[in-house]
Design a protein around this ligand. Structure first.
Ligand code: GLN
Length: 490
């Protein structure tokens, strides 16, 4: 029998329905793979007993012909999603012992549709980071290595565990979240597919909040089709999240293979950065050529406020984070470090519970929101945000269906390589934050490799709630580029 971990989610779904194998077999194959891949540090909690119980249940419902759309499919869950009775930490010491009594809306929808939980995946602490190095559980290792070298590379972040686990075939797909690029950047670094849906498409309920006006959950998957399958279960209106959109969930999979003929694809001039590696430049034009030969039309567009996106994001996101993280005070959740007074207890708890990057964000956020600085920083950043959104609206008004850009300014870098200057790390988000600032959907698709054999991704940005067009276009890129899997060394 073929190795059950090497199939796509779509193939597994069909194999399960035809009873070529059982979910228990599929689940066990993945549990074995997880055990053999502990060197990657992708999982922070393995739930094998629960996984097997869920798999047996899925097998029973498949036998009765009552399996849901994800019946028996083993998934990994980013540790930012609350899972009932299963420790959920956001990879922060402050939540090290937190066991939720409730389930996030997204994960409950996945279980409703029959999926199986393999465990919880590593991420940057409270999703703050681009390399998965800020996790209290330590860094995640990218299954990809440079040709002929054994330097350990980051998988990107903050959904580094999700990306690494999907790329290393430890789970069929994973949940992830994206506030400024945390689904798309790790997807690009690991040759996986990552979709950040339109703001409001997926419920945020039960996901540890980072920056609520930017946060959006989505899938990381092996293929574009797999991402579309997962999205159908993850999306939907949730009355418990007032920002969630009350719109029908389309059959995203039906968008795969749809013609892209006549679509207008914007190529934003401002994304051509000085000093951008030639390989990325080349990949970008190659991607354009693939879409063109599928019948799409390329148009050069301008997004004039792009250069302000990153600085504005690094005001808005920390501002919201400082407010969201105020709840971790040693009283309501997790860690408590005693002090002589309640004030001292707060201080001790937060000083010990939060890591450096989270503390930096809380301090920046508190500063930009404080009286006297609010207008100069926060209010201004919000105005810039409106202008960024308007840039995209102008493009769409001119008939542009989607935009094509690189996903990241470089391939994966080494663990510890960008430790010194936080701004150097923040620059990873240069092509992705605009999308969050504008609330738009964006997908990262593997598109090629650099000279050292590392994967590179392209990004497609869509109109609000038009994830379907992204899936159609992304599949064209995937067909042209092929699929990429790392050579196993772990
Ligand atoms: N890298 C960005 C940050 O550190 C984005 C993180 C995210 O999308 N969660 O804020």
């Amino acid at each position: 029998m073929t190795d059950l971990t090497s199939l796509t989610l779509a193939e597994d779904r069909d194999g399960l329905a035809k009873k070529s194998f059982t979910s228990l077999e599929l689940t066990n194959a993945h549990l074995d793979a997880i055990q053999a891949a502990r060197a990657l540090n992708a999982f922070v909690m393995e739930t094998p007993d629960q996984a097997r119980a869920m798999a047996r249940e899925a097998d029973a419902s498949i036998t009765k012909g009552q399996g849901g759309p994800l019946a028996g499919i083993p998934l990994g869950i980013k540790d930012l999603f609350a899972t009932r009775d299963v420790r959920t930490t956001a990879c922060s010491k402050i939540l090290a012992n937190f066991v939720p009594t409730y389930e996030s809306t997204i994960t409950s929808q996945l279980w409703r549709d029959g999926a199986v939980m393999l465990g919880k995946l590593n991420n940057d602490e409270f999703a703050m980071g681009s390399s998965n190095e800020t996790s209290c559980f330590g860094p995640v290792v990218n299954p990809w290595r440079r040709d002929g070298a054994n330097t350990t590379l980051v998988p990107g972040g903050s959904s580094g565990g999700s990306a690494s686990a999907v790329a290393a075939l430890l789970c069929m797909g994973a949940t992830a979240t994206d506030t400024g690029g945390s689904i798309r950047q790790p997807a690009a670094f690991t040759a996986t597919v990552g979709l950040k849906p339109t703001y409001g498409r997926c419920s945020r309920w039960g996901i540890a909040a980072f920056a609520s006006s930017l946060d959006q959950a989505g899938p990381i998957a092996r293929t574009v089709r797999d991402a579309a399958i997962l999205m159908r279960s993850m999306a939907g209106h949730d009355p418990k999240d007032t920002t969630s959109a009350d719109r029908d969930v389309p059959d995203y999979e039906a968008a795969i293979g749809k013609s892209v003929k006549g679509m207008r694809i914007g190529i934003p001039r401002e994304y051509r950065l000085d000093g951008m590696p030639a390989e990325i430049e080349k990949l970008w034009s190659e991607g354009g050529a693939w879409l063109k030969s599928a019948g799409a039309e390329l148009v050069e567009v301008s997004l004039p406020h792009t250069k302000y996106a990153l600085p504005a994001y690094y005001i808005v996101a920390p501002a919201e984070a400082s407010s969201n993280l105020a709840r971790y005070d040693g009283v309501r959740y997790g860690l408590r470090v005693p002090g002589r007074s309640i004030g001292e207890m707060y201080e001790n708890t937060r000083a010990e519970g939060f890591g450096d990057e989270v503390r930096r964000r809380v301090m920046i956020g508190t500063y930009v929101l404080s009286a006297g600085y609010y207008d100069a920083y926060y209010l201004r950043a919000q105005k810039v945000r409106t202008l960024i959104k308007r840039d995209f609206e102008d493009c769409f008004a001119k008939g542009v269906n989607a935009l094509l850009t690189p996903a990241t300014p470089s391939a994966a870098f080494g663990i510890g390589e960008k430790g010194g200057d936080p701004v150097e790390m923040y620059l990873n988000d240069i092509f992705t934050v605009t999308v969050n600032m504008a609330g738009l959907p964006g997908i990262a698709v593997p598109a090629g490799k650099d000279a050292q054999g590392l994967p590179l991704g392209l990004q497609l940005i869509g109109r609000p709630f038009d994830e379907e067009t992204l899936f159609s276009l992304a599949e064209v890129l995937e067909q042209a580029a092929g699929r990429f899997t790392p050579t196993r060394w772990w």
